[in-house]
Every structure is written in structure tokens, then in C-alpha cells.
Design a protein around this ligand. Structure first.
Ligand code: RM4
Ligand code: MN
Length: 388
């Protein structure tokens, strides 16, 4: 068993980024269920994210989504976040919610629409300059619904062209993270459907481009930890969008559907010594809370990542390596399962106490009165929701 003191050190330094969109109203294409007390402005989303950090101590930044978090003064938004105790993290571009993008954004057959989409990507880098953000995260809804609708290779060329122009605009300290998703909203072809396509584009662009693994963006049964291991080996894993899924891009709480998968993924990160901040892996949540209260759901998600990380850190690496060398299949598997089956909740409770936090963040949040305060205070205005 790994040294608990060392495990605590690593867990104390872990940083998990929250998505501002998790705090707004969301739903499915069938219904968005409004919740009372939902933020109405980007600043109120920051306030809610800051609560998650206050009670967990490991979520010091919030990713923004543009235009959902559009403000006049982004440096001002960064200062607001700092006052609230957190920072603005990754800037997510959004080129999927404009009528112009019916046939795609950066891969659209119309050069005028492609130029508009590229303009937005560049605008997102301007925002990063103002907020001090390191990462631009790109996810494209681009694709086609019918065979013959457009030229598959031409769309790849258009994508490469837009990515290159965006990459050019990055400062040396900034990065571009390219996300993939196998399908939806396009159903016949998707222009960045898998890690291979994303990786090919990133390699062509240069060292400041890396792949984002959104855990909800794979077909059922895909071995995500294998993808993670391969990308880590290539030095091209830029980060994670954590969430969990039963069927498709469900965006449920990370570690809820398959905590063992989350452990296996984080175990690959630990094995590559990539938890260290210098390894440059962004640990982000990309979730929506459609039926459950949002702030406690984010707290719970952060805790789920911590629990899986703790278990991954507890793997007895020398014992595992010895069993692997000896060809001891069952012994090696047992080493891994011993770590997974360890109850790490007492260790994490202790860590929180050592950090001056309540050992039970969810209970502490409920006791704090914040939920009642926002329900009473956030009256009038338009609640933030998916798409606004
Ligand atoms: C996409 C993708 C992006 C996220 C949007 C809201 O499916 O996962 O990361 O920003 O959804
Ligand atoms: Mn995502």
C-alpha cells in the first residue's frame, strides 16, 4: 500500500475545474426543469462555483462558455472571480448555437460562415488574454446527416485551416484543447468523432495543441483508460471533461454510473505521473444537473473525483510491477482491486480537516444557508439556462 502521507500530499494539491454551465438550468430536448435560485448572470455562476471550492478546497477555477458567459469586461469578470476566491479557467468556444451553423461552423461549405466561426474562436483567445486563462477548449458539433451531403475530406481540410489560424493566434503560454465526440448532433459523419482524428489535428498543429477526453463521448464498452494511456504516452492528453453516462452524452455526475471506470482512468494518470500540475492535464467537469440540486451535485462530483484519485494513488505500484513481471495475472489484478476496494472516505475526511474544511462538504453546504439565500435573493431577472 502506498504511503498515506504522500497520498494526502497529492490529494491536497489536486485541482478540479468546474463548468459555469452546471449551475444554470438544463434539461433534455424534452424539458428543462427550472430550479429556484439559479444564477442569472455569469457573476452569480461564479458565486455558486466559489461555494463548491469553499467546501471542497480543490475546485479553485471555473470554465466559462462563450457566449453563455458573455460580459462586456472580461478582466472585470476575472477580478470578480478572484474576489470570490476562484479564477476563470478554460474558455470554451461555442459555435453550435447559431442559425448560421446548420451545416457546420468551421467546416461549413460556405466560406463566409467559416470566417464567422473562426472569428469567434479568435475572440475566445482575446477573452483568455483578458482573464489570464491558459486553455481554449474546442468542441465542434460539425458533421453531416446524410451520405453525400458534403465532402468528408474537404471538411477535414476546412477544419485544419481554421484550427491552424486559431493556433497561430495563441500566446506561447496558451494551449488549444480539441475535444471529440462520436456522434450528435450530426448522425452520419462527425468531423471530430474520435481521439485519433483529434490527435492527428493536434500533431499537425504543434505542441500547444492537445486532446481532451470527455468521458461521456464514447461508444458503450470503449476502453477509455486505454485511450488515456496512449495519449499520455504521446504527450498529447490535454485534459478531461469528466461526467458519466449510461447511454450517450448524458452529462451525469462523474463517478456515478461507473466509479470503477473512473478509477481505472485515474490510475493511468497516476501511473504516468501526470497528476502533477506540470504535466499539464486539466481535470475539468463537464456536467449538467437536470433534476438534482446543482451546487451539491458539483460538490459530490468533486468528491467522486477525489475518491477515485485516492484509490488510484493507493495502488501498490512496486507490488503490481512485480506481479506483472512474474506473469502473475491474478496477483496483479488483486493488487489493483485491493486499492479500488479500499474505503478512502476516512482518509479524505482527514485531509479536509487538515485543510481546515468540514469533513463532510455536502452536509456543511446544506448547513451554510447558501441554498436558502439564493432562493430568496435571486428573484427577477432571467435565470441562466442551457443556451443563455
Ligand atoms: C459538448 C461538449 C463540450 C461542452 C458542450 C456543452 O457536448 O462536451 O465540452 O462544452 O457540450
Ligand atoms: Mn465536454
Amino acid at each position: 500500500m502506498a504511503d498515506r502521507e504522500a497520498v494526502q500530499q497529492v490529494l491536497r494539491a489536486q485541482k478540479i475545474e468546474l463548468p459555469t454551465w452546471a449551475f444554470g438550468n438544463t434539461g433534455t430536448r424534452f424539458k428543462v426543469f427550472a430550479q429556484p435560485g439559479v444564477p442569472r448572470t455569469p457573476q452569480e455562476k461564479i458565486d455558486d462555483a466559489a461555494q463548491v471550492h469553499k467546501f471542497t478546497g480543490v475546485a479553485p477555477s471555473a470554465a466559462v462558455h462563450i457566449p453563455w458567459d458573455r460580459v462586456d469586461d472580461y478582466a472585470g469578470l476575472a477580478a470578480y472571480a478572484e474576489q470570490a476566491g476562484i479564477a476563470i479557467g478554460t474558455v470554451n468556444a461555442n459555435v453550435f448555437q447559431d442559425d448560421d451553423y446548420r451545416l457546420g461552423s468551421v467546416t461549413n461549405p460556405d466560406p463566409g460562415i467559416r470566417a464567422k466561426a473562426l472569428g469567434h474562436l479568435i475572440e475566445c483567445i482575446d477573452i483568455m488574454d483578458a482573464t489570464g486563462s491558459r486553455d481554449l477548449k474546442l468542441w465542434f458539433a460539425d458533421g453531416t446527416n446524410y451520405p453525400g451531403q458534403d465532402d468528408i475530406r474537404a471538411r477535414q481540410d476546412r477544419l485544419a485551416e481554421a484550427l491552424a489560424a486559431t493556433y497561430q493566434r495563441l500566446a506561447p503560454s496558451q494551449r488549444m484543447l480539441l475535444e471529440y465526440k462520436l456522434f450528435e448532433p450530426a448522425f452520419y459523419t462527425t468531423d471530430v468523432p474520435d481521439w485519433g482524428t483529434s490527435l492527428l489535428h493536434c500533431v499537425a498543429l504543434g505542441p500547444q495543441a492537445a486532446v481532451v477526453v470527455d468521458t461521456g463521448h464514447h461508444a458503450p464498452g470503449v476502453n477509455i483508460e486505454f485511450i488515456v494511456a496512449v495519449l499520455l504516452r504521446a504527450g498529447r492528453l490535454g485534459g478531461f471533461d469528466f461526467n458519466s453516462r449510461f447511454y450517450a452524452d448524458d452529462d451525469l455526475m462523474v463517478g456515478a454510473a461507473d466509479p470503477f471506470q473512473l478509477f481505472r482512468i485515474l490510475r493511468e494518470v497516476v501511473a504516468a505521473d501526470a497528476l502533477r500540475p506540470e504535466a499539464g492535464i486539466a481535470f475539468m467537469l463537464d456536467q449538467c444537473h437536470n433534476i438534482e440540486p446543482k451546487i451539491p451535485a458539483q460538490i459530490r462530483s468533486v468528491m467522486n473525483v477525489q475518491e477515485a484519485t485516492a484509490k488510484a494513488l493507493l495502488v501498490d505500484a512496486p507490488a503490481l510491477a512485480a506481479a506483472q513481471r512474474a506473469g502473475d495475472v491474478l496477483g496483479a489484478h488483486a493488487v489493483l482491486m485491493d486499492a479500488y476496494n479500499t474505503d478512502v472516505r476516512p482518509l479524505l475526511a482527514q485531509l479536509r480537516q487538515d485543510m481546515g474544511l468540514d469533513p463532510d462538504p455536502v452536509a456543511a453546504y446544506h448547513r451554510s444557508g447558501y441554498a436558502e439565500k439564493i432562493v430568496a435573493g435571486r428573484v427577477g431577472g432571467t435565470p441562466a439556462s442551457w443556451g443563455s
